[in-house]
Write a protein that binds this ligand. Structure first.
Ligand SMILES: [Zn+2]
Length: 332
């Protein structure tokens, strides 16, 4: 499984920063993004075999409400991340149904949560599926494709690199990305020098101006905001000003609180603003398909492996991470 850099924040600051979210009652077993082999299966499990390599999507939902039955499982009132946190008071029930997070040697999981992994996806890379999937779903919601240009706010972070990788895989023509660390921005650009351009937030001009100057004055079709916790509103608004008429702004980052948005401008220009959370197992399987055909390049990640008993030390070094390229993994 992967230790998400945000786990420390979730454990220490969740109630204070995000009071609408819910932690499991303690004691609890944490751990997101588990991957492994199917060790045993229930009598009513078909299509999944013992010994199969899988990624376990931690998204849990009731399966029986109107929204789950209609296939919009993210809209479920029980929607929760197994081993992490939930989105409402009903989440505790999901934690009780599925008490084992990724920091375990064995866990139980519903068959709907399993992404089967091709040989092209290592367990180390699959442990990255959660944040990559969040990026992938954001691109799909914005209808990204060969006709698109995309601005990624925070491109060198854990989510931003996923947007760049899957944007390239989906055929996006040009990807513009912002960040602070020049070395990391150069590394991002090196993934596809002809299709990625980067801009440091420490330099002039503003993001909107910078991206409009590169798109004939129009801006991009898509802006994906992947800023980390504590990022200021101004950076998001600046990127939003680089969105062209008819475009999509998708927020997957952690900018919190009330952001003043010029709604009349959004309406007049037929723009869409949407918050997007996580991804479905179907999305995850499509990502595995893209990896199987060699369409997405997962070789850019630097895996750092810890043993399960080293988890506290691992959490303490996450602050020094090498941007989104670092992939911290626990292997029991
Ligand atoms: Zn439901």
């Amino acid at each position: 499984m992967r230790i998400v850099p945000n786990l420390g924040n979730v454990l220490n600051h969740l109630k204070e920063w995000f009071p609408h979210l819910h932690l499991p009652e303690l004691p609890a077993i944490f751990g997101l993004d588990a991957t492994g082999l199917v060790a045993a299966k229930g009598a009513q499990v078909h299509g999944i075999d013992v010994g199969q390599r899988v990624y376990v999507n931690p998204a849990r939902y009731c399966g029986g409400c109107r929204y789950c039955r209609a296939g919009d499982t993210t809209a479920c009132e029980y929607y929760s991340f197994n081993g992490y946190f939930g989105f409402g008071p009903k989440s505790q029930r999901m934690f009780e149904d599925y008490p084992y997070g990724g920091m375990c040697e064995y866990m139980t999981a519903p068959q709907y949560s399993l992404v089967t992994l091709p040989d092209a996806v290592s367990h180390e890379a699959a442990a990255r599926w959660g944040y990559l999937g969040t990026a992938y779903r954001a691109l799909r919601r914005a209808h990204a494709g060969p006709h698109s240009t995309v601005l990624v706010n925070g491109i060198s972070g854990t989510l931003g690199i996923g947007v760049a990788l899957f944007g390239l895989a989906l055929g996006v023509r040009k990807i513009y990305g912002t960040g602070r660390n020049h070395q990391l921005l150069a590394k991002v650009k090196a993934m596809a020098p002809d299709r990625i351009e980067t801009h440091s937030l420490d330099e002039e001009p503003s993001i909107g101006e910078w991206v409009r100057a590169r798109t004939g004055g129009e801006g991009t079709n898509i802006v994906i905001d992947a800023l980390g916790p504590g990022a200021p509103h101004d950076t998001m608004l600046d990127a939003l000003s680089g969105l062209r008429r008819g475009g999509y702004h998708v927020n997957i980052g952690a900018v919190a609180g009330h952001v003043p948005v010029h709604l009349h401008e959004i309406m007049d220009n037929n723009k869409t603003m949407v918050g997007s959370v996580w991804f479905t197992t179907a999305d995850g399987q499509e990502m595995a398909d893209l990896a199987e055909t060699g369409t997405v390049n997962l070789s850019v990640f630097e895996h750092e492996v810890f043993k399960l008993e080293e988890v506290n030390r691992a959490l303490s070094v996450l602050k020094n991470r090498n941007g989104g390229f670092s992939n911290y993994i626990i292997i029991p």
